[in-house]
Design a protein around this ligand. Structure first.
Ligand code: FES
Length: 144
């Protein structure tokens, strides 16, 4: 077993802390350039519920594979998106008073009509999901 001097030990600790610091800084930078994605799309449509139970202006969040999906009944019809924010993967919510999809983590705002970013740090729109009504029941399918 080799003995190390105090200076060698301190130099080793310094290098270790530098590496941890670099990871702490580079992690968020890499996450910004490689935004969160919906990685798993269920092979079968997911039942959301009865259309009559989702009046215009209301939303519902359902499990969609490993991730939640947000379904909004807008005045122009039903819209569905992955509820995973494209910034740092927080879960977005519908704000009926504002009429926008909101990410509470860093105040990202999305357009309910197409999922486009209105303001805030998200680098890309929300992933749009196919939505259809069959027999009065709402189903969410694959990506658009
Ligand atoms: Fe949504 Fe940052 S995670 S705005």
């Amino acid at each position: 077993m080799t003995n190390i001097t105090r200076q060698q030990f301190l130099a080793l600790v310094k290098r270790l802390l530098s590496a941890v610091g670099a990871v702490a800084i580079l992690g968020p930078v890499l996450a910004y350039f490689f935004p969160a994605r919906l990685e798993e799309i269920p092979s079968e449509p997911v039942l959301v519920g009865a259309k009559d139970d989702l009046p215009v202006g209301q939303s519902k969040t359902v499990r969609f594979g490993r991730y939640p999906a947000l379904i909004i009944h807008t005045p122009d019809g039903l819209r569905a998106y992955s509820a995973v924010c494209t910034h740092f993967a927080c879960i977005v919510k519908w704000d009926p008073a504002l009429g926008q999809i909101v990410c509470p983590c860093h105040e990202g705002y999305f357009n309910p009509a197409d999922g486009a970013v209105i303001s805030g740090p998200p680098p890309e729109p929300l992933t749009g999901l196919a939505v259809e009504v069959v027999g009065g029941q709402i189903y969410v399918g694959g990506t658009l």
